[in-house]
Ligand binder design. Structure first.
Ligand SMILES: Nc1ncnc2c1ncn2[C@@H]1O[C@H](COP(=O)(O)OP(=O)(O)OP(=O)(O)O)[C@@H](O)[C@H]1O
Ligand SMILES: [Mg+2]
Length: 311
């Protein structure tokens, strides 16, 4: 799988409640004017359907011309992953009379890292679907950043394990073992190729750009700066920031004036910390945006062009 042959991915990251789902929807609506677009919620606590005003499910559903949306059942995918690994274990330990498969499945489901793995595999499967653009509405930061870094982390481990396997095979040869095809090495090579393709995709600004969503407040902005640093360290393609829920209304209400003042400070912080990136501001809208038609108006008015769609 090469990024040239698959859909382009757009990721929206940020702290809980800042407007990732809303911004993803705005992006997908704009992209759907350019090509076939899929909008996917990968947050196990979905609210994409609520924002769009459409009931969504595990399969892509038409939202408007050229735009489909879906909410994969992450819990079910984790159960299925647990079962598939348990089956694999069962096939390797056929000689064991007692094997508590249920316990194995439960253990796998709740093992750290499995959720990231399942989400990554879900993204890989989405990329093979026939869309020009896929917009991913992620879960809040900690989980989503780990999903995007997983190919790089897995490659570090897999290359190390491969090295160890090669040493074992070399020693076997020294003691005269016949040189036969090694199944373990074969599996490791396949996995390494898979993660290399994903790493290549995720590191390319053209194929998988990342947008951070913030509100002009202390916590989301500090978190955005931390995400930026992590992404830089791992050479990941950050390309823009959406400053969402900016208070624009004029008022003499002292509380509102104070809030606007505070927001000004954090808008300045984002503008100076993210100088090299596209920054878009979306006002605080009352009532909150709901439904495709309203989102389309907001998208045209405040984004104009989709975030980070190059070439
Ligand atoms: N510009 C805006 N003006 C007013 N309300 C907004 C705006 N953007 C989003 N909201 C509202 O804020 C709430 C959170 O927005 P949204 O669900 O898009 O954020 P999120 O980052 O995806 O949240 P979560 O982390 O829970 O997934 C929703 O009720 C949404 O309608
Ligand atoms: Mg959300």
């Amino acid at each position: 799988m090469r990024w040239k042959d698959v859909a382009r991915l757009f990721h929206f990251l940020g702290k809980g409640g800042v407007g990732k789902t809303t911004s993803s929807a705005l992006q997908a609506i704009l992209l759907s004017r350019k090509g076939k677009t899929l909008l996917v919620s990968l947050d196990p606590a979905h609210n994409l359907g609520d924002v769009l005003g459409i009931e969504l499910g595990e399969e892509p559903k038409e939202v408007k011309e050229n735009l489909h949306a879906m909410e994969p059942d992450v819990t079910k995918l984790m159960e299925e992953y647990g079962k598939s690994i348990a089956k694999e274990i069962e096939s390797h330990y056929k000689y064991l009379k007692v094997l508590n498969l249920d316990k194995i499945i439960r253990t796998i489901e709740y093992t750290p890292g499995v959720e990231e793995q399942v989400l990554l595999e879900t993204i890989a499967r989405l990329m093979e679907m026939k869309y020009d653009y896929i917009v991913i509405d992620h879960a809040p930061t900690a989980l989503s950043v780990r999903v995007l870094l997983l190919p790089q982390i897995m490659l570090t481990w897999l290359n190390h394990i491969r090295e160890l396997r090669l040493q074992i095979l070399k020693r076997r040869k020294l003691i005269g073992a016949e040189s036969i095809e090694d199944k373990v090495l074969e599996i490791l090579n396949t996995e390494i190729e898979k993660y290399k393709a994903l790493e290549e995709t995720f590191k390319s600004i053209k194929s998988s750009p990342i947008t951070i969503v913030v509100n002009p407040e202390e916590m989301p902005c500090l978190e955005a700066a931390r995400i930026r640093d992590v992404l830089r360290r791992f050479d990941m393609p950050l390309c823009g920031v959406v400053i969402n829920k900016v208070i624009v209304a004029d008022s003499i209400d002292p509380t509102l004036l104070e809030m606007k003042e505070m927001q000004r400070k954090w808008i300045n912080f984002i503008e100076s910390s993210f100088k090299d990136y596209r920054i878009v501001k979306v006002p605080y809208l009352v009532p909150p945006p709901r439904g495709v038609r309203e989102l389309e108006e907001i998208a045209k008015k405040y984004l104009g062009e989709p975030m980070c769609c190059y070439g």
